[in-house]
Design a binder for this molecule. Structure first.
Ligand SMILES: C[S@@+](CC[C@H](N)C(=O)[O-])C[C@H]1O[C@@H](n2cnc3c(N)ncnc32)[C@H](O)[C@@H]1O
Length: 249
């Protein structure tokens, strides 16, 4: 990607800045997420989990898992194991607490690491979910190739990402909300001056819709489809790793 948008616009790598930002806002992440999306993010994750449910996955990887909402939603599929994987220990601390509270620590585990270099064997997961994570990758293609590598042939991936509505009128209302109101509320509650400016900036810079579909196809995914959810405030991407694909790329 040519347009690199980073949280703090300093000389550190995007990865270091993203990790620090999520560590900073972790204590308010769930609250702000549900508040700013008016709780609709829960419906988006349910829809995505339904998609991967068609293959009854036993081993699920939730990339950029954060506080684990996608991982916990996937429990409705009764998997053997859900692995939440994330850069930010601060975010996963809340995920682990939620797992303990729900009594599911034996099924949901959290592993720290970088999606561009995952510590998992080839073909080791039946399904992968990513919620609002790919936009934060430093190198999008490398992260996607890693997902392709660790997914088994015939496995499914569901990606949710924040996006800008296509319709001009809805887009202008949404831009006002996302570009002006969200940063003020985000700043007020998270105490991180940049995090909720970075949110609309990174959404604008992300290659959304058909452009992202083409990137996913080039990586090797097949049957790649996307659909806008809630007037395009969220984009939902679905795909499979072809049956004849033995290894990653
Ligand atoms: C907006 S949060 C999403 C959390 C969760 N998936 C959800 O649906 O609410 C994005 C997460 O992506 C993680 N992240 C960003 N870049 C990453 C990378 N390269 N490897 C692993 N995690 C990453 C961040 O640490 C953060 O927890």
């Amino acid at each position: 990607m040519s347009n690199i948008v980073t949280p703090y616009n300093d000389t550190r790598s995007k990865k270091e800045q993203v990790e620090e930002m999520f560590d900073n806002i972790a204590h308010r992440y769930d609250f702000l997420n549900h508040l700013l999306s008016l709780g609709i993010d829960i419906i988006w994750r349910k829809k995505a989990v339904k998609y991967i449910g068609s293959i009854q996955p036993k081993k699920i990887l939730d990339v950029a898992s954060g506080t684990g909402d996608f991982a916990f939603e996937a429990l409705s599929l009764h998997p053997e194991k859900v692995t939440g994987f994330d850069l930010s220990e601060g975010m996963m601390k809340y995920g682990r607490e939620k797992a303990t509270k729900l009594g599911v620590s034996n099924v949901v585990e959290f592993v720290k690491g970088d999606s561009e270099k995952m510590p998992f064997a080839d073909n080791s997961f039946d399904a992968i979910t990513v919620g609002f994570g790919v936009r934060n990758f430093e190198n999008l293609e490398i992260g996607l190739k890693e997902m392709h590598r660790v997914l088994r042939s015939g496995g499914k991936v569901a990606i949710l990402e924040a996006s800008m509505p296509q319709n001009a009128i809805i887009r202008s209302v949404f831009s006002l909300y996302f570009g002006k109101i969200v940063p003020v509320i985000g700043k007020m509650f998270s105490k991180d001056a940049r995090a909720y400016d970075y949110l609309p900036e990174s959404v604008n810079a992300f290659p959304a819709g058909l452009e992202f579909v083409r990137i996913l196809e080039n990586i090797g995914f097949r049957n790649v489809k996307w659909q806008p959810l809630t007037f395009g405030a969220c984009a939902f991407y679905t795909m499979e790793k072809p049956l004849n694909s033995l290894k990653g790329t």
